[in-house]
Design a protein around this ligand. Structure first.
Ligand code: CMP
Length: 200
């Protein structure tokens, strides 16, 4: 078999980088991290230092677009909201939770009076689960969602736009780094999450 020349290696790697691109990247996305900006060789070490520094604050969070928002046809608008805010979708699936799945996900609320209704609502139709990545992704997503009670959510937030009340509130987002890790692992295994280009 012919040995790979430096040129053919570069061509293949460029193709791989294109294939490995995440689902979407908003205006605020990070071209340095994802290796899409043409980086001049002499700038590579300082660029790597900047990327290393940024990696410190890059977080992942779990998002669920709930059955009410899916039924309203709001999937596209909500995903665009994430992308426009600079969050990158690095994993995503459309699923229909069964009762065990919903009870397990919301187990922390199992003693609350609304638990049975919450499980019934979350199993009433398909949901979109995704992993969002970006700087301060957890807080950013919570800001985009608005208050838990849709009637109290600030105008323009996802819950104000697509939710109805405190139960039918359009979206879920992790509330902290530990919860995010557990919630992401609840729906995705490692091979289903898009790896950053520099990890290839
Ligand atoms: P979510 O962000 O998915 O986290 C837990 C969910 O429980 C919450 O959104 C609401 O959908 C629901 N929830 C929280 N508090 C109440 C409540 N008081 N009554 C009904 N549902 C609630």
């Amino acid at each position: 078999m012919a040995a790979w020349s430096r040129k053919s290696y570069r061509t293949a790697r460029a193709a791989l980088v294109r294939v490995a691109s995440p689902v979407c990247r908003g205006e605020g996305g990070d071209p340095v991290k994802w290796g899409h900006a043409p980086i001049h060789a002499s700038k590579q070490s300082s660029t790597r230092a900047v990327a290393e520094e940024r990696k410190q604050t890059v977080e992942r969070t779990l998002s669920i677009i709930k059955p009410d928002a899916v039924a309203k046809g709001a999937i596209g608008d909500i995903l665009k909201t994430f992308c426009d805010a600079g969050l990158t979708i690095i994993a995503m699936k459309l699923i229909h939770l069964d009762e065990d799945g919903a009870r397990g996900f919301y187990a922390v609320h199992k003693e609350r009076p609304f638990f049975t209704d919450l499980v019934a609502f979350m199993t009433s139709g398909p949901v979109v689960v995704s992993v969002l990545e970006g700087e301060g992704a957890i807080a950013k997503n919570r800001e985009l969602m608005g208050a838990t009670d849709s009637t109290q959510a600030e105008a323009g937030t996802i819950r104000a736009r697509f939710g109805t009340d405190i139960e039918r509130n359009a979206v879920h987002g992790s509330d902290g780094p530990d919860t995010a890790r557990i919630e992401i692992g609840y729906f995705f295994n490692a091979s289903e999450i898009q790896a950053p280009v520099e990890a290839l």
